[in-house]
Ligand binder design. Sequence first.
Ligand SMILES: *Cc1c(COP(=O)(O)O)cnc(C)c1O
Length: 381
Amino acid sequence: MNNKRIYLSSPHMGHMEKLFVNEAFDTNWVAPLGPNVNNFELELAEYVGAKSAAALVSGTSAIHLALKAIDMKKGDRIFCTSLTFAASCNPVMYEDGELVFIDSERDSWNMSPIALEKAFKKSEEEGKLPKAVIVVHLYGQSADMDRIINICNKYNTPIIEDAAESLGATYKGRQTGTIGEYGIYSFNGNKIITTSGGGMLVSKNEKKIEKARFWATQSRDNARHYQHTELGYNYRMSNIVAGIGRGQLRVLDERIAQKKHIFERYFIGFKDIEDIEMMPICEYGEPNYWLSCMTIKEGSKVSPLDIILALEEENIESRPIWKPMHMQPYYEKFDFFTDNNDGISVAEDIFNRGLCLPSDTKMTEEEIDKVINIVKKCFTK
Ligand SMILES: *Cc1c(COP(=O)(O)O)cnc(C)c1O
């Protein structure tokens, strides 16, 4: 096999990353912290329009510190989108919490306000309201925040936005991650921009972001000797990693345009294939198109796995939709609220019929055509 591999979403560097990293080397600011970290925080906060930001080692650690920031305690209940990557809810277990999973809605594949309302009603009956709601913006498209906020406000419950996949996406003109009390971003290897690994916590609450930086550096009290009055973590981003982030931020808009182009190529390419539906795009915002996803119509003779295998045969990477959290062996003991009252849940249905197509911004036009043709062939043969 001599054809070069086509990836789902691989790192794509711009021209400035090395400059910032070299600067760190030249000034021996390899560690600790340093100007790249401070500037990456400022530049990202400015880009998304957040008041303040803390650069961390991962999106997961950012969610963990967001839970600490809302003062989550052992046994507290947290609501979370079910159709997501496990990192959205794993930090709830680090703090010994109790999860309740919320189904998706058809229109956006994101948290269903109907299911959310049901979960709140049940929690109210039980006399145990959630401490926070983790809302995920799946595959780069915002959830319907106004409807979700309306419900959360009725119960005075803060929102943590998991915008790990949606950096740069907007909802009614506002950046995802800046709409709830806290927002998190991830710069893991296959996200729209990457620092090789990293994350960011943002908020309007500057004091809490300051506190998050304190927790992230082992909660060292302001004393010459090493003194700790609180439990700490080693969660801070390094000055080298932040240098990559500063460079990547400068190509984010370009990457979004490239991702959108890929999505539109698929959309047009599959127009005449009845059985294919691309992920719905909602009018309330502009996604970052991180991954181009599709579902196969019910009753089709083709399954997502058929397509994944046909692509793999040609050395092309694709993957299934996230397996919903309420279906995970580790998480199935927790409650789950559905969008509809009959049949299987929307999240499970999307998981059964969907897949993520290669969405790598390094793909050439010919490579996009190749993917389209392989997928089409699955339906026409
Ligand atoms: C990638 C991802 C995370 C975790 O980010 P890391 O930086 O890998 O820790 C969290 N939530 C979602 C939805 C993600 O896709």
